[in-house]
Design a protein around this ligand. Structure first.
Ligand code: NAD
Ligand code: UDP
Length: 337
């Protein structure tokens, strides 16, 4: 008798724990039509949550939301985050910002406004409604780093008046706002510092290195190496980053920024070679001028993400590039059709 009532009690506790774990929540995702925002939206919908996506379609594409739009729990608002946001949400993922250097430098004032005012509006909404926020910051807060690999405690080496400053400094002030809202108003906000991330649904025309090289290799054009191609980056496949963002949002308490990236560091000649092999292309490598303030090296120290979230990337760059090539091939075929 005693044993069976104990068993019943344990079963009920288990049930309640599972209900809490799987509680359907309402999410706001800013930048939902973009590369990462659309994958995150799909992942949250697949977990049974409701998602409201907002995007001003600066670099977002309607095609990225084709899957999300088939879900009842999804709705979309064309909205610029520099304008105030409203609504009641449990969680807010704040991704809205141009991420490609050529794009964010086209209208640097708009980029800085998006980073500052967009983040301010998200934080004001969270303060008013009690939502938890995870925002995507960037490895660009480290600038051209003098510490290698980059730990979260490294304060960075950013040129505040250069052509990349609208984004780099924009993301730095966005982090400043986030941690001041935490200290002043108790907003539960987390910041992921993403390192270069790639994969299907990147805008093939947005000028980032992986998309450029794949498009050039697929269309038989020369591969454009900026500078001598010896600058390094650490490329992370999007599935790893999405998993990290969700783990960061759901971690009990995180009161400092967290790097999310793949520590596997390679130079631009190596990534060109990996792309050429994946496509089976014999395009030539040509050199173009190195953009001003282009960081020389980039490699995340991910010990904090490992300790706090049990997170580490799983997808190799060869595997990720091959999957990305498959997606871009379809895009090229659709374009010529
Ligand atoms: P993306 O350009 O594909 O997505 C950004 C989305 O934000 C786009 O859909 C765009 O239209 C939208 N947007 C831009 N300005 C907006 C505004 N003012 N109001 C509403 N929507 C706006 O880029 P992504 O690679 O998916 O990047 C997503 C986030 O991750 C960004 O915050 C970016 O800074 C950050 N990040 C990305 C990388 C990466 O390598 N992909 C690295 C570091 C940080
Ligand atoms: N890059 C390049 N060829 C290109 C596009 C970019 O060599 O066609 C280089 C660029 O100079 C930089 C690196 O690739 O050193 C990564 O560029 P990306 O714009 O993807 O990201 P970020 O500079 O923000 O890391």
């Amino acid at each position: 008798m005693y044993c069976s009532s104990l068993r019943d009690h344990a079963a009920r506790v288990g049930q309640i724990a599972r209900l809490i774990e799987t509680r359907q929540m309402k999410y706001l995702v800013t930048g939902a039509a973009g590369f990462l925002g659309s994958h995150l939206t799909d992942a949250l919908l697949a977990q049974g949550h409701d998602v409201v996506g907002v995007d001003n379609m600066l670099s977002g594409r309607a095609k990225n939301l084709e899957n999300a739009k088939t879900h009842e729990g999804f709705s979309f608002h064309h909205h610029d985050v520099i304008e105030p946001l409203s609504g009641q949400y449990d969680r807010i993922f704040h991704l809205a910002a141009p991420a490609s250097p050529p794009l964010y430098q086209t209208d640097p004032v708009a980029t800085a406004k998006t980073c500052f005012l967009g983040t301010l509006n998200v934080l004001e909404l969270a303060r008013a409604t009690g939502a938890r926020v995870t925002m995507t910051s960037t490895s660009e807060v480290y600038g051209d780093p003098e510490q290698h690999p980059q730990t979260e405690t490294y304060l960075g080496n950013v040129n505040p008046v250069g052509p990349r400053a609208c984004y780099d400094e924009g993301k730095r002030i966005a982090e400043t706002l986030a941690f001041d809202f935490r200290r002043m108003y108790g907003v539960d906000v987390r910041a992921a510092r993403l390192f270069n991330t790639y994969g299907p649904r990147m805008d093939p025309e947005d000028g980032r290195v992986v998309s450029n090289f794949i498009m050039q290799a697929l269309t038989g054009k020369d591969i454009t190496l900026y500078g001598d191609g010896s600058q390094t980056r650490s490329f992370c496949y999007y599935t790893d980053v999405i998993r990290g963002l969700i783990a960061l949002m759901e971690a009990d308490t995180v009161d400092a920024p967290v790097n999310l990236g793949n520590p596997f560091e390679i130079d631009m000649r190596q990534i060109a070679r990996i792309v050429l092999d994946a496509v089976g292309s014999d395009s030539n490598l040509v050199h173009r001028p190195l953009p001003e303030d282009d960081p020389t090296r980039r490699q995340p120290d991910i010990r904090r993400a490992g300790e706090l979230l049990g997170w580490a990337p799983e997808v190799s760059v060869e595997e990720g590039v091959a999957k990305t090539v498959t997606y871009f091939k379809e895009y090229v075929l659709e374009r010529v059709a």
